[in-house]
Write a protein of this length. Structure first.
Length: 462
């Protein structure tokens, strides 16, 4: 835990130095600063904007995969957004310029320079952290069945870190079932295992059914926990590492836990509604030329209807008619007549224009009208078709929890999980939806917006 905090602090300090170097360097090259005239105070604003932007994409978390192309894109988008925010604050609201922010070009070029600079040392640190993480395995403690389930969950969540398994329902190594195809240690071997690792452990994960551990093991876990090696319940591990709610923990009393501000506190709901009205109205006005272009493209391709309308399920299971740009052909083949609820890869029902609109999620733009009307929010769980909701509520316990809030054009599930076309995909997306409902914040909303921009720019919609 201490190491993670030190890495976050180091990144914060390096970001401050990067801001100082970038702004001074750009201002000097443009002749707006005399060499040797060093100034820090005017840079606190640009630094604060950078910190907020990077924080929203988890750019200070050692757990973030900063080596991926996706993170590079999100980092670039975050700093680009920070640049626009700084220009707006400096030249619209403050209207007082310092030598380091004497022109729009100085601010813009400084943030452009910060993109490769701040990415470079993040990648170097990420490589080092990845190397250390490979030497610090996770230890999972639970029944043999739960060990197998955790291994499968790690594979689904693309967790590459080594995991050591300790089975609590065995008395010796020989009693571990050979049928599960997974190497496990008996609980009696846990203390020697911890001694052998000598503290080189990332974390220990306890399945909730493994509460009755031997006293010596419990004491050792407590000692390790307070020395900096955390012990998580499996539910807490899901929330901290994968930022979702494990469905196995759901029950009708799950809602009585802490959180759920957006569902419980009318202040949060009203503030979110106010932001929805302002932003959807601005979006409709600013995107009106794009809306016209998209509408014309849809109509010109096959002279069919421009909009697709369908009954969807909203907050408290209230029905409403959603508006989207039509992306499928107007066909009456048996598959369409039966109402195939999912879009398949290379689906022949999708038009050429529709495929482009879906990839960039531009087909969702007319839903801004639904947001303005109050049927939807900009951010929330996906609004599902009534026919699908009826099926999911029969087959998925507690699925109705997602109707505690308004559905959204984009959301936590949409930016963390690809388009789903099966019941299993729906289960996985529900885990993210429930995390959003429980841990809603405007910071989380801002993070979703940045991730959505990344998806739109790289055409990852479907």
């Amino acid at each position: 835990m201490t190491d993670r905090r030190l890495i976050s602090l180091l990144l914060l300090m390096l970001d401050f130095l990067a801001v100082v170097l970038a702004f001074h360097g750009v201002a000097w090259l443009r002749g707006a600063l005399v060499l040797g005239n060093f100034s820090i105070l005017p840079l606190l604003g640009p630094f604060a904007v950078l910190v907020v932007a990077v924080y929203l994409i988890d750019g200070y978390s050692p757990r973030t995969d900063m080596l991926s192309v996706a993170y590079t894109s999100q980092h670039t988008i975050a700093l680009g957004t920070g640049m626009l925010a700084m220009l707006l604050v400096t030249f619209v609201f403050i209207k007082e310029q310092y030598s380091l922010q004497s022109s729009r070009a100085v601010i813009a070029l400084s943030y452009v320079a910060l993109i490769p600079l701040t990415l470079s040392y993040r990648r170097r640190l990420a490589l080092r952290v990845a190397g250390e993480r490979n030497r610090r395995p996770l230890i999972f403690v639970g029944s043999q069945a739960s060990c197998v389930a955790f291994k499968e969950a790690c594979e689904k969540n693309l967790t590459t870190q080594e995991v050591l398994f300790v089975a609590t329902d065995t008395t010796s190594h020989e009693s571990v079932s050979p049928l599960v195809g997974l190497e496990m240690h008996a609980v009696s071997e846990m203390l020697p295992l911890l001694e052998r690792l000598a503290g080189n452990v990332e974390a220990i994960v306890l399945h909730e059914t493994s509460r009755d551990l031997p006293f010596a093991v419990s004491e050792k876990l407590m000692e390790l926990h307070f020395s900096g090696i955390p012990t998580y319940t499996l539910e807490l591990f899901h929330e901290i590492y994968w930022r979702k709610i494990p469905l196995y923990r759901l029950s009708q009393t799950w809602l009585f836990q802490e959180g759920f501000q957006i569902a419980r506190d009318p202040v949060f709901e009203r503030l979110k509604r106010l932001s929805d009205i302002v932003l959807s109205l601005m979006g409709l006005v600013l995107a009106s030329p794009l809306l016209l272009v998209c509408a014309a493209a849809v109509w010109l391709e096959d002279r069919g209807p421009v909009f697709f309308k369908q009954m969807r399920v909203g907050k408290h299971r209230m029905l409403f008619q959603v508006h989207k740009f039509r992306t499928m052909r107007v066909l009456l083949d048996s598959r369409t007549a039966q109402g195939d609820p999912y879009t398949r890869p290379n689906d022949d029902r999708i038009t050429r224009v529709g495929r482009l609109l879906r990839a960039m999620r531009l087909d969702e733009l007319p839903q801004l009208w639904n947001v303005l009307r109050g049927d939807m929010s900009l951010i929330g769980p996906r609004a599902e078709w009534l026919k699908l909701v009826e099926r999911y509520e029969r087959e998925i316990p507690c699925y109705h929890f997602r109707h505690l809030v308004k559905p959204g054009i984009t959301g936590w599930a949409q930016v963390n999980y690809p388009y789903g076309s099966s019941l299993d995909d729906t289960l996985r997306k529900l885990e993210y939806d429930l995390y959003y409902i429980r841990y809603f914040s405007f910071v989380l909303d801002a993070s979703i917006v940045l991730k959505t921009i990344h998806i739109m720019l790289f055409g990852k919609g479907r």
